[in-house]
Design a protein around this ligand. Structure first.
Ligand code: PGU
Length: 403
């Protein structure tokens, strides 16, 4: 018999979103014929726009002709796409060989942890995208099993709550460790401003730590004063890795395309280059993103494609406004939804799984219980703005049943 990886035994039994899907199925089975609307998992619903879709089609067609067929590409991604991301999205703040194309931000968050391995101190915003926590536990970084509630021993939870404007106490960041930081934030929808991120970078540099900055929702930022990338902050190139994705900007959740920026300035305690190791990891256990997806990514970064990104994100932000207005009409206090596709709604004194069940039963709307994102999420519900407009409108009317 082969021994089970003890880190797997440490992890919570189910990943958050499959658990929500299970409860939805259970409800649907008990209530046949009822139309359930999902404002739960952040999954895109609208078709890829024509110019970007044309890139995907051309990528597929190229594979079907002998003159244009390509097999494996460079593990780090197409040079043209790395260059285009560096030039168009980062305006030259990062170099093409610091950009590594991936099959999505979630997969990269998992793989990046191989750079640091077991025993690494890790801090997460509380609440946060569960992959930072579960991924850390899987690799043994958190070093321990659950402590009770939703808390893992060995992980530092940085509460981000109304009282601190959803920005953590930087003194709590562990030295020589990792800090996962997401802005626009999943699940709160709050975006950190320039001053806050400058303080984060300064604190992290002072502690000899590294930020894993998740910018998956940066295309939802409408306020021009808010930073879209951590590299807009001075000093970040020596202490921050950024993960990003075409999922929510181009509707590529099912296509699978993302990237990580690993600056050459970042070194370990030993002085070795993190960028060189990331290159080694990518070439060893990743065989490159799909060439069809990358052809779509190139099109998404053309001027026409960028207009499509704006239109798609405008659409989901329109949904977010409807949801936020509906909740505020019910006098439910919330944040997010203006520069982000998530709304974080407060249900004081209530258990978030109970509120989840109440919303499912009274409104036939699926949402995400805040407790799934960490201990401070206990009295909150996350509403996702990803949905067809008519469904979102109907869901907003049904939320009136909560009165
Ligand atoms: N980073 C953040 C902050 C996310 O919220 C998500 C998706 C990803 C990365 C994943 O990006 P990919 O490039 O598509 O891999 N979060 C969604 C979907 C749930 C999930 O498990 O990824 C959500 O509902 O939170």
């Amino acid at each position: 018999m082969v021994q089970r990886n003890p880190c797997i035994a440490n992890i919570k039994t189910a990943y958050l979103f499959p658990e929500i899907a299970r409860r939805r199925r259970e409800y649907a089975a008990a209530h046949p014929g009822v139309k359930i609307i999902s404002l739960g998992v952040g999954n895109t619903t609208e078709p890829v726009f024509p110019h970007t879709g044309g890139g995907l089609s051309a990528g597929a067609a190229a594979l079907a002709a002998s003159e244009t067929y390509t097999g494996y590409g460079d593990e780090q991604g197409l040079t043209a796409l790395r260059e285009k991301i560096a030039a168009v999205l980062y305006k030259g703040m990062v170099a093409a060989d610091e950009v590594f194309i991936s099959d999505g931000a979630k997969c990269d968050i998992g793989r990046l942890q191989l750079l640091f391995g077991a025993g690494t101190q890790a801090a997460v915003q509380d609440p946060s995208y569960p992959v930072y926590v579960d991924g850390s536990v899987l690799i043994g970084a958190a070093g321990g099993a659950m402590q009770g509630g939703a808390v893992y021993r060995g992980l530092t939870y940085l509460p981000c709550v109304e009282e601190n404007n959803y920005f953590p106490d930087l003194d709590m960041i562990p030295p020589n460790g990792l800090v996962y930081f997401c802005s626009p934030n999943n699940p709160t929808g709050v975006v950190s401003d320039r001053k806050q991120l400058a303080a984060l970078v300064e604190a992290v540099r002072g502690k000899g730590s590294i930020i894993i900055f998740d910018a998956a929702y940066c295309e939802y930022i409408r306020d021009p004063a808010l930073p879209r990338s951590i590299y807009e902050i001075e000093g970040a190139k020596s202490c921050a890795i950024e993960v990003n994705s075409f999922s929510k900007s181009a509707g590529f959740t099912g296509v699978r395309l993302g990237w990580s920026v690993v600056p050459k300035d970042i070194t370990y305690t030993s002085g070795e280059s993190v960028n060189t190791d990331w290159n080694r990891i990518c070439t060893t256990i990743f065989n490159g993103a799909s060439n069809i997806a990358q052809a779509g990514g190139l099109a998404a970064l053309d001027n026409e494609g960028l207009k499509e990104t704006r239109a798609l994100t405008d659409f989901y932000l329109g949904n977010a406004k409807l949801i936020r207005d509906a909740l505020e009409h019910l006098e439910i206090s919330c944040v997010g939804g203006d520069n982000s596709p998530y709304i974080w709604a407060h249900f004081p004194g209530r258990d978030s799984w109970d509120v989840f069940s109440e919303i499912l039963e009274k409104c036939q709307v699926v949402c995400t219980p805040g407790a799934g994102f960490g201990p401070t999420g206990q009295n909150f519900i996350r509403f996702s703005a990803f949905g067809h407009r008519a469904d979102v409108e109907e869901a907003c009317i049904r939320l009136g049943n909560l009165k």
